[in-house]
Design a protein around this ligand. Sequence first.
Ligand SMILES: [Zn+2]
Length: 194
Amino acid sequence: MFKLLISSLTVLLLAGCQNITPEVKTDKKTAPAKTRVEKSEAQKTMQKHPMQKPMMHKMFQSVDKKDAILVQTGPNKEHCAMCGMNLIKFYKTSHAAKLNGKNIQYCSLHCLTEHINEGAELENPMVVDVDSLKFIPVTEAFYVVGSDVPETMSPVSKYAFKNLDLAKAFQKKHGGKIVDFYSAWQEAKKDFQK
Ligand SMILES: [Zn+2]
């Protein structure tokens, strides 16, 4: 009788152990599942990261759409009248002028020069002031030519400032020389002499 009780207890204990074992297994199963969730979240973050990279490598010329002044009208108002490139993307080198009373906008001094070379009689040429992002007459601009900041459509950098001190600060940081529009235009003409 006593032996039977012991064997029964052993059975119960074993049964108890068997009952515990699956619980432990369940816990173990839950744990890797959690890890998997954490991993997928990490993967999501990694997937997000390359999406943020183009923002970090935004070109110097580019601005937000709300900050860009577009003077042309019609369906191609966001595009350079000569090469068709996006004017918001290349805004800080943008130029504008009037042709037969119509506003024309260019991505760069290069494209404005090309239009003049083709015989366009442009009036009131303007350039974007890198600081205020507003158009100013080219005659009021100080151009920093030959800095290390990439130019649009040309190997030689040309950025315009209304304020001479800001042009000097830009030059101190990026190099180049400060010239007037006429000299910058002569530099742009060289793009077509090759
Ligand atoms: Zn252009």
